[in-house]
Ligand binder design. Structure first.
Ligand SMILES: [Zn+2]
Length: 320
C-alpha cells in the first residue's frame, strides 16, 4: 500500500477465521497476533466491481474484493470456502455497519392474502389487515461473525478393507478455486439437462408427424443424450469429491498421489461413497449462524429466518 493510501484507508476491524491456520498446507494467509486478520473497508472501486453482474458471475469480484480489503490473504484462490464466507461478512461489516438490513415478507400475512378471494384482496391491504410488502429487519452481522463455529482441523472417513487393515480418507474443505469450478460446471450441466427436458417435450408434441421407426430412432438418440448428461453430472460430483480428498492414510503411510485417490474412489461401494460425500458437505458447510428474528409490523407474527442467503453472488447485491 502507498504512503497516502495507507493514511486514508484504515483497518476497520480484525477477525478470526473458522479454519485453523494449521489446516492450510501452504501459507495462503498471513495471520496476525492471536491469529487475527485485519480487514479494510471497501473502496469506491470495490463497490462498483461488486455491482457489476459480469464479475459476479465469474467470481472475479470475490477475488478482487478480498485482495483489496484483506492484504493478509496472499493466495485467495487457495483459501477454504468457510473462510471466504467469514471474510466477506467481515468486509461487509467493515464497509457498511455492524447491523445489516434484511428484507422479508411476513409468511402469515402472505398466507392470509393468498387464501383470500382475489376480489377481496385489495380491501385487506387497504384496511391494513395484511402487509404483503417486504419489511426491513436488522441482522446483527457483528454478533454473527463473533459467534462463528470453528471448522474441525481433521475430517477422516475410515474404510475397512479386511479384518486387520483400515485405510483413512483425509478430507479438507474446498478452496475458492475448486468450489468456483465445481459450481460453474454443475450450473452448466443442470442447465443442459433443463434444455434437454424442454426440447424433449416439444419433440414429443410433434411425434405424430414422424413414422414409428423414426420415432423409435429419435427416442433412442434422446435416451443416449440424456444418459450422457447424467454421466457428466456424476463426473462433476466425483471431481469435486476428489478435490476434497487431501490424502489417504494406509499402514501409517500418507498417500497423496492422484492415482491412489482414483483407485480408492473407483473401488469403494455406494454406502462408503455417500459417507465420504456427507463428510465433504460437513467440511464445506457454513460456520456462521445466519438467523434473524423477525416480527411483523402488521399482524405481530414472529418467525426466525433461519438461513439468511448471503452467498457470493447476492451478498453484496442488497447494498444499503
Ligand atoms: Zn404479518
Amino acid at each position: 500500500m502507498g504512503k497516502l493510501k495507507s493514511l486514508i484507508r484504515n483497518v476497520a476491524l480484525t477477525t478470526k477465521l473458522p479454519c485453523e491456520p494449521e489446516s492450510y498446507s501452504s501459507p495462503v494467509i498471513e495471520y496476525g497476533l492471536n491469529n487475527e486478520i485485519e480487514i479494510y473497508p471497501m473502496t469506491h472501486t470495490d463497490e462498483i466491481l461488486m455491482h457489476n453482474p459480469d464479475s459476479l458471475l465469474s467470481n472475479m469480484a470475490v477475488k478482487n474484493i478480498i485482495t483489496s480489503c484483506v492484504p493478509a490473504v496472499k493466495d485467495v484462490d487457495n483459501v477454504y470456502t468457510p473462510d471466504i464466507e467469514a471474510l466477506l461478512l467481515a468486509i461487509k461489516i467493515a464497509s457498511v455497519d455492524d447491523e445489516l438490513e434484511i428484507y422479508n415478507v411476513c409468511p402469515k400475512c402472505y398466507e392470509l392474502y393468498n387464501q383470500t378471494k382475489e376480489e377481496n384482496r385489495q380491501k385487506l391491504i387497504d384496511e391494513k389487515k395484511v402487509l404483503i410488502d417486504p419489511q426491513i429487519f436488522l441482522f446483527n452481522a457483528r454478533a454473527c461473525l463473533e459467534s462463528m463455529e470453528k471448522v474441525p482441523s481433521k475430517f477422516i472417513v475410515p474404510i475397512k478393507i479386511n479384518d486387520k487393515d483400515t485405510l483413512f480418507i483425509n478430507i479438507k474443505p474446498l478452496t475458492l478455486k475448486e468450489s468456483t469450478e465445481y459450481e460453474l460446471n454443475d450450473f452448466n450441466i443442470k442447465n443442459a439437462i433443463q434444455h434437454f427436458i424442454i426440447d424433449s417435450k416439444n419433440a414429443s408434441e410433434n411425434a405424430d408427424m414422424l413414422s414409428d421407426i423414426d420415432n423409435w430412432k429419435e427416442n433412442r438418440k434422446r435416451n443416449n443424450e440424456f444418459n450422457e448428461l447424467l454421466v457428466e453430472l456424476d463426473k462433476s460430483v466425483l471431481k469435486m469429491i476428489k478435490s476434497s480428498i487431501d490424502s489417504i492414510t494406509y499402514n501409517e503411510e500418507l498417500l497423496t498421489d492422484e492415482e491412489d485417490i482414483d483407485d480408492v474412489l473407483s473401488s469403494i461401494n455406494r454406502k462408503k461413497f455417500e459417507e465420504i460425500r456427507k463428510c465433504v458437505d460437513d467440511a464445506n458447510r457454513s460456520r456462521l449462524n445466519k438467523s434473524v428474528k423477525c416480527k411483523c409490523k402488521c399482524c405481530g407474527f414472529e418467525w426466525t429466518n433461519e438461513n439468511l442467503e448471503f452467498n457470493f453472488s447476492n451478498f453484496f447485491g442488497q447494498s444499503s
